[in-house]
Write a protein that binds this ligand. Structure first.
Ligand code: ADP
Ligand code: 5GP
Length: 188
């Protein structure tokens, strides 16, 4: 596998999406791997941009067809996965692929890419702050917030399996630290 990959994992609400967006504005060699999901789009999310939004049946059909590199049922009844076609599309463009995946997906992709991947864990300052950020984001129902928080302590315990941990307390500092480790990785 010659193409480099950068993968971001963290409990939901830690700030992955925010950090990835800033990084993509700064570096022009990146292309985001658009995952497939069976969850409903949030307000403002676009099909084929934020995710490929699939019905549960269509998601299952693509699993059976062997179209995924990895997939997880991240929350009960909600599946998310990386399509092989995304990795091929980005590889053909000669770009570095960026992933935003859950912790299991991150560890699976790290195995898949080996040394060609930099695996970054985005750590929230605390579970309390994580909860506050999920609430402030205003995109989730109470049930969805509880599902997300319910997974977070187990996910936080897996940070040491990643190459780098970025603590996202002050956003500017977290982004500048991320830029630094990414630059070092790209130079290798
Ligand atoms: P994730 O993609 O990991 O689920 P988001 O990037 O959507 O997380 O961030 C969750 C919420 O927290 C968003 O409303 C975002 O604007 C906010 N946020 C992200 N980073 C910080 C930070 N360092 N300080 C305060 N708020 C932040
Ligand atoms: P959200 O619903 O907040 O967009 O995402 C929920 C969780 O699913 C996040 O932890 C996100 O990183 C993860 N996720 C998104 N896409 C994928 C994917 O392709 N594979 C896996 N394993 N997780 C994903």
């Amino acid at each position: 596998m010659s193409h480099k990959a950068i993968l971001f994992s963290a409990p939901s609400g830690s700030g992955k999406t925010t950090i990835i967006k800033q990084l993509m504005q700064y570096f022009d060699c990146f292309e985001f791997s658009i995952s497939a999901t069976s969850r409903q789009p949030r307000n403002g999310e676009r099909d084929g941009v934020d995710y490929h939004f699939l019905t549960p049946d269509e998601f299952e059909r693509r699993v059976q067809a062997g179209d995924f590199v990895e997939w997880e049922e991240v929350y009960a009844g909600m599946r998310y996965g990386t399509l092989k076609s995304e990795i091929e599309r980005i590889g053909e463009q000669g770009k570095v692929v960026i992933f935003d995946v859950d912790v299991n997906g991150g560890l699976n992709l790290k195995r898949y890419f080996g040394d060609a991947a930099l695996a970054i864990f985005v750590m929230p300052p605390s579970i309390e702050v994580l909860e506050q950020r999920l609430r402030t984001r205003g995109t989730e129902s109470e049930e969805s917030i509880q599902k997300r928080l319910g997974r977070s302590s187990k996910e936080l315990g897996e940070a040491d399996k990643f190459d780098v941990t970025i603590v996202n307390d002050d956003l500017e500092r977290a982004v500048s630290q991320t830029k630094k480790v990414v630059e070092q990785f790209l130079e290798k």
